[in-house]
Design a protein around this ligand. Structure first.
Ligand code: FMN
Length: 457
């Protein structure tokens, strides 16, 4: 087989993910591997001629292998930008019918959403997608990981030989286009709260601009907009970890100060964007990746988040999962997702007005909700990671200690002992019979008391 590897890590030859591709190359001398450092050299591919050349090389391969680290629920900004440029290029049509697969390394925090994102984009390009390898960053060092990567490659070969591939997971989506002029009247503004809209609105995006204006009109509190289209990022996150000790980024574009002083100070954060490539677009992706300067510290606890989306979000199941889980992990109340997908003015107005109303309601009432599996599971992955990496992730470690994120169950000696005693008693048939329904009755006691508790606050 001829494999074209699109290496999406900004770290180039120092990419951990790349080592998996190099492993496959080393152990399959009969196959031909060509490696493209698209993550490290992303600026080069902004040139259409250079992009045309790489597409020609991909067209000559049997399999396109996306090899990238998971960055904030999806691929790196650099990989995402490459995919965007690739899809926009007229030559991308020549790739239709080619096989594609992916290898990621990560700590498994939302690697499945990253995989679905790449899978959906492969489907858009008519590529025959074969299930990828979501590896842990240390898997290549383990016997189990070596078996898994070999199994992955065997399966890849088997699928190619038998022309077998996955069906697309997201239905085809179409851009939303209609004449939208909101009829929402402007409400008076109170300074009690402040929402920050993080948009990526280009001058020619009149649809998104009208949607943002409609939200501003409907929202009863102050609103600031931070337009990513106007901010000059020096580049995407480099994954250099230089920020791990004290949160200072190597770039001198002032992003971390803008983030901390202008955006994270808002009571609500509202993203406004056009859905592109099954994501919030590459500008918002860069915005999210660059927040790595705050490490794994949740800076938004108790705030409200909302989305103004130009596009068919109800078809974008994976993107919706990312939205939902991001708010859950960051302990934010999801005020809603407003959309124009109805392609009707009145329904779009209603959707935006609902977002504005719910956001205002949540702010006034300091509304909270428990984390679901998304947030609880994600936080545990981070908890274990930061504990192990405390030596370099000093700022995260300090924060986790202070905020009680280190909630390891193995220190709850009293509870563990209680359960051990109960276990011994329940395993004894005579005692168990005697206990009868007592366990249920005892368990209910604190809950019965809780029903009568008066609410605090
Ligand atoms: C900006 C940034 C975001 C990251 N986001 C995630 C994530 O969402 N989930 C995860 O499991 N790991 C995440 N990681 C960890 C990387 O995926 C992991 O270290 C990977 O193995 C690095 O691969 P590379 O050396 O090929 O770049 C992130 C790392 C960085 C720098």
């Amino acid at each position: 087989m001829k494999i074209a590897v699109l290496s999406g890590s900004p770290k180039g030859k120092y990419s951990i993910t790349l080592q998996s591709a190099l492993y496959l190359q080393h152990h399959n001398p009969g196959d031909e591997f060509e490696i493209f450092h698209v993550g490290q050299k992303i600026r080069k591919y902004e040139d259409s001629a250079v992009m045309g050349e790489i597409i020609d090389a991909l067209a000559a391969a049997d399999v396109i292998l996306f090899a990238y680290p998971v960055y904030t629920f999806l691929a790196t900004y650099q990989m995402a930008r490459f995919i965007e440029l690739m899809k926009l290029h007229p030559k991308s049509k020549s790739l239709s019918g080619k096989f594609a697969t992916q290898i990621t390394t990560s700590k498994h925090f939302y690697d499945y959403t990253a995989h679905r994102y790449v899978q959906d984009n492969c489907a858009d390009m008519g590529l025959k997608y074969i299930t990828g390898l979501p590896a842990d960053m240390d898997d290549l060092l383990l016997d189990s990981g070596i078996k898994q990567i070999n199994d992955f490659y065997k399966r890849l070969r088997f699928c190619v030989e038998n022309d077998m591939y996955e069906k697309r997971t997201t239905p085809k989506v179409k851009p939303v286009s209609f004449d939208y002029n909101s009829a929402i009247p402007a409400t008076d503004k109170s300074a009690d709260f402040r929402a920050v809209i993080v948009s990526d609105c280009e001058d020619n995006n009149s649809m998104l601009r009208s949607m943002i204006d409609a939200f501003v009109a409907a929202f009863p509190y102050n609103v600031d907009e931070f337009n990513l289209a106007e901010f000059k990022f020096s580049g995407g996150c480099l994954g250099c970890f230089k920020c791990a000790a004290d949160g200072t980024c190597v770039y001198k574009d002032n992003f971390e100060n803008v983030l901390r002083e202008r955006i994270l100070t808002g009571d609500a954060i509202i993203y406004a964007t056009t859905i592109r490539d099954h994501s919030l677009g590459t500008k918002t992706k860069n915005f999210h990746d660059r927040q790595f300067c705050n490490g794994h510290r949740v800076m938004t606890h108790g705030k409200v988040v909302g989305y103004i989306l130009d596009g068919e979000i109800s078809k974008e199941h994976n993107l919706y999962d990312v939205i939902d889980s991001r708010s859950d992990v960051s302990n934010m109340f999801l005020g809603g997702v407003a959309t124009n997908e109805s392609r009707e003015r009145s329904l779009t107005d209603a959707s935006i007005a609902t977002l504005a109303k719910t956001t205002a309601f949540a702010l006034r009432g300091s509304i909270t909700k428990p984390q679901s599996f998304f947030g609880v599971g994600g936080t545990k992955v981070f908890r274990d990671l930061i504990y192990l990496m405390q030596g370099i992730m000093k700022a995260d470690h300090k924060y986790y200690k202070k905020h009680g994120v280190y909630d390891f169950p193995h220190k709850r000696y009293g509870f563990i002992l209680k359960m051990k005693i109960l276990g011994v008693l329940m395993r004894n048939k005579v005692i168990s019979k005697k206990i009868g329904n007592r366990v249920n009755v005892e368990m209910m006691k604190p809950y019965t008391k809780a029903i009568l508790r008066s609410p605090k606050g």
